[in-house]
Design a protein around this ligand. Structure first.
Ligand code: ADP
Ligand code: ADP
Length: 233
């Protein structure tokens, strides 16, 4: 579960908060969609979930953010690595190894898991994401949709309860975007993962959402509701 209680973030030197008065809850096993125009604070909000805000970006966070029961103020990103996985727009920015299989294993390396557990989790994740045939391929040789599935796989092998994605389909063609969204839906339904997804193409993803959170303008409090209600606004 993700919870924000009256959260505001002010970056150093900024005149106004990037987000202000944010209260929201994404219950365990739900997919929440975060929408709003550029510059309203979507990335700030997502970065507050994984603790990058405020531990790495500077600035001040007021209020409280808890992820899977852990307060991000007292748990910096390295202590949240097994609780929350993060994927951005550009999968290439994410990769640290050459092949699909190595990339899936890499995310677990700092967790001190036994070898056979790591091996099993790589197999499970290859299977879950439909990547088994591609396991030995250089990542650079894959399509955009395949690369984005590898990026998601690499953050899944630590078995995070929460997954945060910042416009993961924005660089993809419609078919590849559908591949990625189908994977997210499977994660929520089959594994009970909690997903927070920022997107600007609402029509593409709203059918998958349990909740839509709208950031209307910079520094304004978000409104949240069921997809059907939010579409009517
Ligand atoms: P969005 O993702 O909706 O485009 P952001 O969260 O990236 O919005 O940005 C919200 C505001 O915070 C913008 O005015 C942006 O310039 C500012 N901002 C974002 N990151 C930083 C940072 N690390 N330091 C200072 N200002 C930032
Ligand atoms: P191990 O540490 O040996 O892998 P776990 O109990 O952590 O054992 O994982 C096994 C269970 O985790 C299986 O029931 C499987 O369905 C589930 N699982 C697989 N992938 C994930 C995931 N990404 N997040 C959470 N649970 C997962």
């Amino acid at each position: 579960m993700i919870r924000f209680e009256d959260v505001s973030v002010v970056y150093d030197g900024a005149a106004k908060p990037a987000i202000r008065g944010v209260d929201l809850t994404v219950p365990e096993g739900e997919l929440a969609l975060l929408v709003g125009p550029s510059g309203v604070g979507k990335s700030t909000l997502l970065n507050a979930v994984c603790g990058l805000v405020p531990h790495f970006t500077g600035g001040t966070l007021r209020g409280r953010v808890t992820v899977d029961g852990r307060d991000t103020r007292t748990h910096p990103p390295r202590e949240l690595a097994d609780a929350v996985g993060t994927v951005g727009q550009d999968p290439l920015a994410h990769f640290v190894t050459d092949t699909v299989e190595d990339e899936l294993a890499y995310g677990m390396e700092s967790l001190g898991l036994p070898r056979d557990t790591m091996r099993r989790r790589v197999e499970e994740t290859l299977d879950l994401l439909g990547l088994t045939e591609l396991r030995d391929r250089p990542i650079a040789s894959l399509s955009g949709g395949q690369q984005q599935r590898v990026a998601i796989g690499s953050v899944l092998t630590p078995h995070p309860r929460v997954l945060v994605l910042d416009e993961p389909t924005s660089a993809l063609d419609p078919a590849a975007a559908e591949e990625v969204l189908a994977v997210l839906q499977r994660l929520v339904h089959d594994l009970g993962t909690t997903v927070l997804l920022a997107e600007h193409r609402l029509e593409r993803v709203v059918q998958y959402a349990d909740q839509v959170i709208v950031l209307p303008s910079p520094g304004a409090a978000p409104t949240a509701g069921a997809p059907a209600d939010m579409m009517a606004v």
